[in-house]
Design a protein around this ligand. Sequence first.
Ligand code: PMP
Length: 393
Amino acid sequence: MKDRTLLMIPGPIEFEPAVLAEMGAPTTSHLAPHFIEAFGQALERMRQVWQSTDGQPFILAGTGTLAMDCAGANLVEPGDKALVVDTGYFSQRYAAILERYGAQVTIVSASPGGRPGLEEVEAALQAAALQGGGFKLMTITHVDTSTAVLADVPGLSALGRRYGALVVVDGVCSVAGEQLKMSEWGVDVALTASQKAIGVPPGLALLVASQRAIEAFQNRKTPVLNYYADWTNWLPIMQAYEARKASYFGTPAVNLVFALNVSLGQIQAEGLEARFARHAALSRACKAGITALGLGQVPLQPEFAAHTLSAPRFPAGVGGADFLAWVGKAGVTLAGGLYPSIRTEYFRIGHMGAARLGDILATLSAVEQGLQGCGYVFELGRSLQAAQSAWND
Ligand code: PMP
């Protein structure tokens, strides 16, 4: 019997064998010619996958939180005003990071599963402009993994730009899974972590910064308050590797960078549009299955729902720990709720990166096993029919 379950949480995800093979390859020097080439190529590929014409990519050893921290540390100076568009737990984490660097943070929130309207966000931008100064930056969580809510990045970004704010997008649960047109949409920093739709084991913090963001960093009047994350240290390193020269500030995560380059190559081979369409189709199939079982979802409206994960609500009488244990016995690992005030009311299914229809069907089957184990009454197989019909549409 296979001694591992199908990993369908919203990160880390199941990884492609060619990516995993890089993790087990003998580690080379970070000065080795073939590593320099892989690092340089990965930086160029990031710019293409982020759909940025002239952005500056950064590959750092760390997690998604470091990527958030890095953008905050380099762009915020004490006393700057910042606006956080709050769609969940990770948006709120961004507010805490910006405050740590001395920003005066305004948060525009919605109830769990909702998202603030463009008019509310514009009102906040307008109010700050009237008080003088306006916001130095705004943050948007493209997909908040705690609520499975997808933000309207093009709409919000256009607003931010209109009021002169730098637009920072937390794309940890979106990059390479949801459409993101960094240059066309006017995004100044888009960041992610390796373990989600980029398809590489945890351990890399990935950012692309627009030239406008780099200029804002260069025009700082005060030093960056985080030594490791300071772009002063990393900008020359990234520029050197892209020019196919070795350089050193901190030892690169050699195997992870090789793995990243392989995964970015696979993403390009699939094609961005085809990849986004596959994520949308997987999401449609998964959500159709959930709905067919009579379960609601955390996002308050279908157009707010992400394509990289789903957040089904438990039916009355079904509890998280028991349910997830049954699902595990059926061979699938799923995640519980995360948003504090509704944590026990829902669970989460990740469907990004290497996921295929078969994975969705195996997951829905395990969900049915879990619901049945918890005493919920429904017609067995109903979600599989609905998912396949949605997929065929
Ligand atoms: N932002 C979002 C939207 C996330 O989903 C996560 C991780 N789930 C993070 C930030 C933080 O990433 P990490 O756990 O890699 O630090």
